[in-house]
Design a protein. Structure first.
Length: 254
């Protein structure tokens, strides 16, 4: 069974609304945010999970949650930091203008994505706004979680510095044709847009060269499960028993 993460309010971020599925964060002073390395928490083992787009990061995080880890989706937190009224909202508008707004005044992430994935400078500017906010949120979630195994999923885990929080680095990888087909079928992306997203990212080999565990995801979900269990048992030798594939589980999309 997947464990739904609990989202907390932080010292410099207050929870404006929480209905079980959504929480908005506000800050009176965004300048208070910093992205300093996290203090060591010896009782917690933190897995950093990354990989390029459509390589199965969320699938692997879901499997690790099934095995007992507390999952943190950094990319979802990033989306929430720029929702209407949240800490990064006005900063993003100041940088990219009101032309990225929908009628309901929320930021159109598809429109914003098309801008930043074709302009490396624009992408760096967006990340300089979002990464400190996400780093603060993640540190607090780790601190308050009762679990002793944590998995942080983030597409920019290395580039943002979040990897410095982690005890091990897991990387998912798929060939480009598999990535392309997933983006077209699972996310309804036009082929040209999908190719732009794939090519805008660093070569997968750069992440793989730093990885402690590499999950190759070109085949079946069961093959991914076997690799995840092997990696999990390497960090939990006290639980080194055979874990059967959970047939009834509904995994996240890739």
């Amino acid at each position: 069974m997947l464990h739904k993460p609990v989202l907390y309010a932080f010292d410099i971020l207050s929870a404006e609304e929480y209905n079980g599925d959504r929480i908005n964060y506000k800050s009176t002073s965004v300048e208070e945010f910093t992205f300093a390395p996290m203090s060591n928490l010896p009782e917690k083992y933190i897995i950093g999970l990354t990989g390029n787009i459509a390589t199965g990061k969320s699938l692997v995080r879901g499997m690790l949650e099934h095995l007992g880890a507390y999952g943190i989706d950094a990319d979802e937190l990033a989306h929430r930091t720029i929702s209407h009224g949240a800490a990064g909202y006005q900063l993003v508008l100041r940088e990219f203008g009101k032309g990225i707004l929908l009628e309901n005044q929320e930021i159109d992430r598809n429109r914003l994505g098309k801008i930043v994935f074709q302009d490396p400078d624009a992408l760096r500017n967006l990340e300089s706004i979002i990464h400190p906010l996400v780093g603060t949120a993640i540190r607090e979630e780790i601190r308050k979680s009762a679990a002793d195994r944590i998995v942080i999923e983030a597409i920019k885990l290395i580039e943002s510095g979040l990897v410095d929080m982690c005890d091990s680095l897991w990387v998912t990888t798929s060939n480009q044709q598999v990535q392309l087909e997933r983006l077209k079928s699972d996310r309804s992306m036009a082929e040209n847009d999908a190719r732009i997203r794939i090519l805008a990212q660093p070569a997968q080999e750069e992440k793989i060269s730093r990885a402690d565990v590499v999950i190759i995801n070109n085949g079946s979900v069961e093959e991914v499960w076997d690799q995840v269990v092997e990696g999990w048992q390497s960090i939990t030798p006290e639980e080194n028993i055979r874990v059967e594939y959970p047939e009834a589980e509904t995994w996240p999309k890739q």
